[in-house]
Design a protein. Structure first.
Ligand code: GLN
Length: 290
């Protein structure tokens, strides 16, 4: 009797093409998982598609395929997600960066364009996607990133380490484990504050669907009306913004008007919202008087 785990006859001739053809997953997801297991680029999936794979790789792919079929997000299974042209490490401790959040990065970058060494604060940084994308696009910017989750800050710090030039003129990112503004030096003033806070209301059925089931709940919902974090961020911003500084926040579908009202009530000028590619008002912001 053989005691080693010998592949059966069928598995002995499994190719990448065959695995992809047989997959119950959407084709793009199957390809992402297989590329991860094999360490192949997309073009290799085509040029090497007829190559017979060893049994361990086949088993590893099938294990990921089963977990994906059970609902786990692709980004968590491969441990990474692209955002703003950069590949971020992703773990279950952080919100998976979303394409619509690139609008927040672009808008913040436009606001600090032409300023030398702007100071930028990212509240609730998670994976660090926003802070690192801004720091990457603006090597001279001095960037602070805050999150109350120490596990998230570990991921963000690794992303900053891997994705940013160690000799960037703005220096390394400054991380703080805190709730919003709590531990910031009160004399610090920022040219821009950005945030993608938890904004989903507690009863929202989306929390029980898709990838969101596997993401940190505290990054998604305030367990209330969805506006708790946005209120706290707006309320604290004037004391931490430099004259003429801007605050921009991502928010949910249908929250733009409420967020604009919060900004106006705190004395912000130039209050406006921007639509994402789906045509939904996705971010709102304003400028504090000079
Ligand atoms: N945009 C996310 C979603 O609706 C929520 C992210 C957040 O709460 N900041 O899936």
């Amino acid at each position: 009797m053989r005691t080693d785990a010998a592949p059966d006859v069928k598995d002995a001739a499994i190719t990448a093409d065959a695995l992809l053809r047989a997959s119950p997953l959407p084709a793009l997801e199957a390809r992402m998982l297989l590329m991860h297991v094999l360490g192949w680029r997309r073009t290799e999936l085509i040029t090497r598609g007829d190559q017979v794979l060893d049994a361990a790789r086949v088993a590893a792919y099938r294990a990921l395929e089963a977990r994906r079929a059970g609902g786990e997000p692709v980004a968590q299974l491969v441990g990474a997600r692209e955002f703003y042209g950069l590949t971020f490490e992703v773990t279950p401790d952080v919100l998976i960066p979303r394409p619509e959040t690139e609008l927040l990065v672009e808008t913040a970058l436009a606001a600090i364009e032409g300023m030398a060494h702007p100071r930028v604060l990212d509240l609730g940084t998670g994976s660090g996607a926003i802070a690192v994308a801004i720091a990457s696009a603006r090597p001279d910017a001095r960037v602070w990133a805050v999150d109350r989750s120490v596990a998230a800050l570990d991921v963000a710090a690794r992303n900053a380490q891997h994705l940013l030039d160690a000799k960037r003129p703005g220096g390394p990112l400054t991380f703080a484990a805190a709730s919003w503004y709590d531990t910031l030096d009160p004399s610090l003033r920022f040219e821009a504050i950005v945030s993608n806070p938890p904004y989903i209301a507690s009863g929202d059925p989306h929390l029980d669907q898709g990838d969101l089931r596997f993401e940190p709940r505290g990054a998604l919902t305030d367990e209330a009306d969805g506006l708790t974090a946005l209120r706290a961020i707006v309320a604290g911003a004037p004391a931490h913004l430099a004259p003429g500084g801007v605050l921009w926040m991502e928010h949910g579908y249908g929250q733009a008007e409420a967020v604009r009202a919060l900004l106006a009530a705190q004395g912000f000028a130039e209050v406006r919202s921007e639509k994402d590619l789906a045509g939904i008002e996705r971010i709102s912001g304003g400028r504090i008087g000079a």
